[in-house]
Design a protein around this ligand. Structure first.
Ligand code: NAD
Length: 249
């Protein structure tokens, strides 16, 4: 049993795959109604909505682009209309466009910042007023260990993920007085589509720097998000929690 009542609502960006998907299912098991956005794969979104509904809570899937403020406002409004006021917001939508800085096209810099960092801004700004009015809420933004330590060929990604940390700590200071918490989860290497394309060489190198000698699972990240979303974490805000098997970069 968790402390989350069945009437609470969670909103998740990038919900149809990977960490977002695992989080959607975990929060549904915690008793939240779950609204999530997907980018293009309607079939995957429908299947997830069905899986969530089978857990006895409501699901709402909305196609949205997190880098587009209007699109996110629609996503949030449709979720609130269908499921009710949002108690928990999790931002998991993210992309990589890795390259050495010397070779990095302008477009790859801007796209990664727009999706990863402006996406977090768009979601948080769209949910915050209702949370302030209700004097309660929990926001969990997904960053990365790359945002904490940096990573070669990821200047764009690391900048976006470090930006999420500064954003979230500032937000925590700004809205704590309204009973709203804002925290960051910074995963290391997690087995999802995002890491599926990494070469065996890169995976082997990563493994050598991970004391637990394995990649993480999306469900393990979802467990941490579940904790931070719940009242069990009622005195935690502005925190950056790494979940990385002990990786030292
Ligand atoms: P993933 O590629 O499996 O999922 C990313 C999700 O984001 C997908 O559902 C995708 O559709 C969505 N998305 C991408 N661009 C979008 C846009 N413009 N609008 C709406 N949705 C969009 O990746 P994942 O591993 O589940 O990553 C989830 C989050 O965790 C990301 O923010 C990622 O940076 C972060 N992260 C992942 C790892 C890892 O090793 N997998 C490590 C650290 C951090």
């Amino acid at each position: 049993m968790t402390d989350n009542s069945a009437t609470k609502v969670a909103l998740i960006s990038g919900g149809s795959r990977g960490i977002g998907r695992a989080t959607a299912l975990r929060l549904a098991r915690d008793g939240f109604h779950v609204g999530f956005c997907y980018q293009s794969n309607e079939q995957a979104a429908k299947e997830l909505a069905q899986e969530i509904a089978e857990l006895g809570v409501k699901a709402q899937a909305v196609r949205a682009d997190v880098s587009d403020g209007d699109s996110v406002r629609r996503f949030v409004a449709e979720t609130e209309n269908e499921l009710g006021p949002i108690d928990v917001a999790v931002t998991s939508a993210g992309i990589t466009k890795d390259n050495a800085l010397l070779m990095m096209p302008d477009a790859d810099w801007h796209q990664v910042i727009d999706v990863n960092l402006s996406g977090v801004f768009n979601v948080c700004r769209s949910v915050i007023f209702e949370m302030m009015k209700r004097k309660s809420g929990s926001i969990v933004n997904i960053s990365s260990v790359a945002g904490v330590y940096g990573n070669a060929t990821q200047t764009n990604y690391a900048a976006s993920k470090a930006g999420i940390i500064g954003f979230s700590r500032s937000l925590a200071k700004e809205v704590g007085r309204y009973g709203i918490r804002a925290n960051v989860v910074a995963p290391g290497f997690i087995e999802t589509d995002m890491t599926a394309d990494l070469s065996e060489k890169v995976k082997k190198q990563a493994m050598q720097s991970i004391p637990l000698r394995r990649l993480g699972r999306a469900e393990e990240v979802a467990d941490l998000v579940s904790y931070l979303s719940s009242d069990r974490a009622s005195y935690i805000t502005g925190a950056v929690l790494q979940i990385d098997g002990g990786i030292i970069i």
